[in-house]
Design a protein around this ligand. Structure first.
Ligand code: SAM
Ligand code: SF4
Ligand code: F3S
Length: 453
C-alpha cells in the first residue's frame, strides 16, 4: 500500500477513536463489476479508518456514492439519490457525503455538483481511490468541498485493504482501463488506458484469498482477453488454476476480437475454469459494427461462437446487446435478432443506446427516434427471453454443482452453478460457501429450482 494511504488511514482512525461509538459508513455502488470491486476497497479503507459499515441510509455518518456514467439513467439515479440526501445533510451537519467513480471524471459533472449540490464534501475520481483517506482527513479539517480528480493513473497501487461482499467468492482485477474506444462508450475516457497488473501480484492476491476461504474467483477487466502482463491471458488462467483451494474461476468481460484459441482451450481443458463465457456482440449488422468500431463482423462473431461451442459443447454463452445505435435501420436490427437466434445465449444484458457527451457516436447523424427504439428493444427482449427459457428448460432433471450463496427472501438457499445459472433449493444456511450437487426439478426463465442430492 502507498505510504500516504496507510499514514492517513491511521490519522483517520485516531480521529474516529475520539468518538464514544464508531461512526457508521455506507457505500452506494452504481455500475459494473469494476465499481463493485472499487467499493470493496473503499469499504476496506473505511473499516481500517475505524468506521462501522451500515446498510441503513438514516444511520450513516458518511455516505460514499461510487458512480457510473455508462448510460444516462445511471447518472440520473445518482442525482435523484443525492437530492434525497440534502434534507439529511441539513438535519445532521456532521454527515459526510463523498462522490467518486466514473461520473466524476467528467468536468461538466463536477461543475454541476459544485453548483447544484454544494453540500457534497469530497469528490475524487477513478484514478486516485487510494487517496480517499487523505482527502477525507483534509475535509475533516477544512470547510468547503474538496475536489481531487486526476486525468490518468500514474501507477497501479497494490494491497489496498478490502471488505468482500461474500466470504467465499471474490473479484480480482487483472487489468484496468480500456483501449478499444467503441464509438458509443464513455469507459475509455473515464477509466483511462489499459494497464495490466503483474501476474505475480494477481497470483499473490488469489493465494491470499484462497487461504481466507475463497472458493470462486472472478478475474475482472473491461477486456480481460487483451491482458498484457508478461504472460498471456490463457497462461494466467493456467497459473490461477494451480492455486490450491480455489474451486472455480470465471472472468469478464471478453472482447470477441481478442478471443484467441488458447483461451478457448483453457476453458475446455482446465476443470476449475467455468464453462461460462460472456462475449458481448452489441449489434449484428456489419455497418453498425463498423460504425461502433467493434473491429469484427457478424460472420466473424458467428464463426467464433460456433468454434467455441464445438470445442466446449456445454458452454454457457452470455452477451451484451444494444439497440438504437445511430443509423440503425429495421434491416440492421434484424441482423441483431439473427445473431440472437443463432447464438442462443443463456442470457443477455440488453441496453438502449444512450448518447454520451464526448463520444464519437454522439456526433453521428440519424439518432434513432425513441418510439422505434422502444419497439425494437421489446422485440429483442422477447427473443432473448424466449431462448433463455428454452435453455433453462433443457436443464430439467440435470444435476448441477452449485456454490451456495445464502438464504433468500423465499427461505430457500440460492447459488450459482458452474454455467452461472441461478438455482434455488431447500437446505440449511450452514451450507453457504459450499459446493453442493442439486437436481433440477423446475425451470423458470431466470432461475431453476432443485433439491440437494
Ligand atoms: N468492456 C465490455 C465489452 O465491451 O464487452 C463492456 C463494458 S460496458 C461497461 C457494458 C455494456 O454497456 C457494453 O457491452 C454495452 O453494451 C453497454 N454500453 C456501453 N456504452 C453504452 C451506451 N452509450 N449506451 C448504452 N449501452 C452502453
Ligand atoms: Fe466500452 Fe468498448 Fe471498452 Fe467495452 S470494449 S469498455 S464497450 S470501449
Ligand atoms: Fe459504469 Fe464505469 Fe463500469 S462507467 S459500467 S462503472 S467502468
Amino acid at each position: 500500500m502507498e505510504k500516504w494511504t496507510s499514514y492517513y488511514i491511521e490519522k483517520m482512525a485516531e480521529v474516529n477513536r475520539g468518538f464514544p461509538v464508531p461512526p457508521k459508513a455506507l457505500v452506494m455502488t452504481y455500475g459494473c463489476q469494476m465499481n463493485a470491486r472499487d467499493s470493496e476497497k473503499l469499504a476496506g479503507m473505511l473499516v481500517e479508518m475505524g468506521f462501522d459499515m451500515t446498510e441503513d441510509e438514516d444511520a450513516a455518518d458518511l455516505v460514499i456514492f461510487n458512480t457510473c456514467c455508462v448510460r444516462e439513467n445511471a447518472e440520473n439515479r445518482l442525482y435523484g439519490n443525492l437530492g434525497n440526501f440534502k434534507v439529511r445533510k441539513e438535519q445532521n451537519r456532521n454527515l459526510k457525503l463523498v462522490l467518486c467513480g466514473c461520473m466524476m471524471q467528467q468536468d461538466m459533472v463536477v461543475e454541476k455538483i459544485k453548483t447544484s449540490y454544494p453540500y457534497v464534501d469530497v469528490i475524487f475520481g477513478t484514478f486516485n481511490i487510494y487517496r480517499f483517506p487523505q482527502l477525507l482527513h483534509t475535509s475533516m479539517e477544512t470547510k468547503g468541498m474538496i475536489v481531487d480528480i486526476w486525468q490518468e493513473a500514474p501507477e497501479i497501487v497494490e494491497d489496498l485493504p478490502s471488505l468482500r461482499e461474500y466470504p467465499f467468492k471474490a473479484g480480482v482485477n487483472i487489468m484496468y482501463g480500456c483501449d478499444n474506444f467503441c464509438t458509443f462508450c464513455i469507459v475509455p475516457y473515464v477509466r483511462g488506458r489499459e494497464r495490466s497488473r503483474r501476474p505475480e501480484d494477481i497470483l499473490a492476491e488469489v493465494e491470499a484469498l484462497a487461504k481466507d476461504g475463497v472458493r470462486e474467483i472472478m478475474l475482472l477487466g473491461q477486456n480481460v482477453n487483451s491482458y498484457a502482463g508478461d504472460i498471456s491471458f490463457a497462461e494466467l488462467l493456467h497459473k490461477v488454476s494451480e492455486v490450491e483451494g480455489i474451486a472455480r474461476i470465471r472472468f469478464m468481460s471478453s472482447h470477441p476480437k481478442d478471443m484467441t484459441d488458447d483461451v478457448i482451450e483453457a476453458i475446455r481443458d482446465l476443470p476449475k475454469v467455468c464453462n461460462y463465457l460472456h462475449l458481448p456482440f452489441q449489434a449484428g449488422s456489419d455497418k453498425l459494427l463498423h460504425d461502433m468500431n467493434r473491429k469484427h463482423t457478424k460472420k466473424w462473431y458467428l464463426d467464433l461462437i460456433d468454434k467455441v461451442k464445438a470445442e466446449i459443447p456445454n458452454i454457457s454463452l452470455t452477451t451484451d446487446i444494444m439497440v438504437g445505435f445511430p443509423g440503425e435501420t429495421e434491416e440492421d436490427f434484424e441482423d441483431t435478432l439473427d445473431v440472437v437466434r443463432h447464438g442462443r445465449f443463456a442470457s443477455a444484458f440488453t441496453f438502449i443506446y444512450s448518447r454520451r457527451l464526448g463520444t464519437p457516436a454522439d456526433h453521428m447523424e440519424d439518432q434513432v427516434c425513441e418510439s422505434v427504439v422502444k419497439d425494437r428493444f421489446n422485440r429483442l427482449l422477447d427473443e432473448v427471453n424466449r431462448i433463455t427459457g428454452e435453455l433453462s428448460a433443457e436443464k430439467l432433471g440435470q444435476v448441477l454443482e452449485v456454490l451456495v450463496e445464502g438464504v433468500g427472501k423465499d427461505g430457500l438457499l440460492h447459488g450459482r452453478a458452474d454455467d452461472n445459472s441461478l438455482v434455488h433449493f431447500a437446505g440449511g444456511s450452514e451450507l453457504a460457501g459450499q459446493l453442493v450437487d442439486v437436481k433440477i426439478i423446475e425451470a423458470k426463465t431466470f432461475y431453476l429450482t432443485g433439491e440437494i442430492v
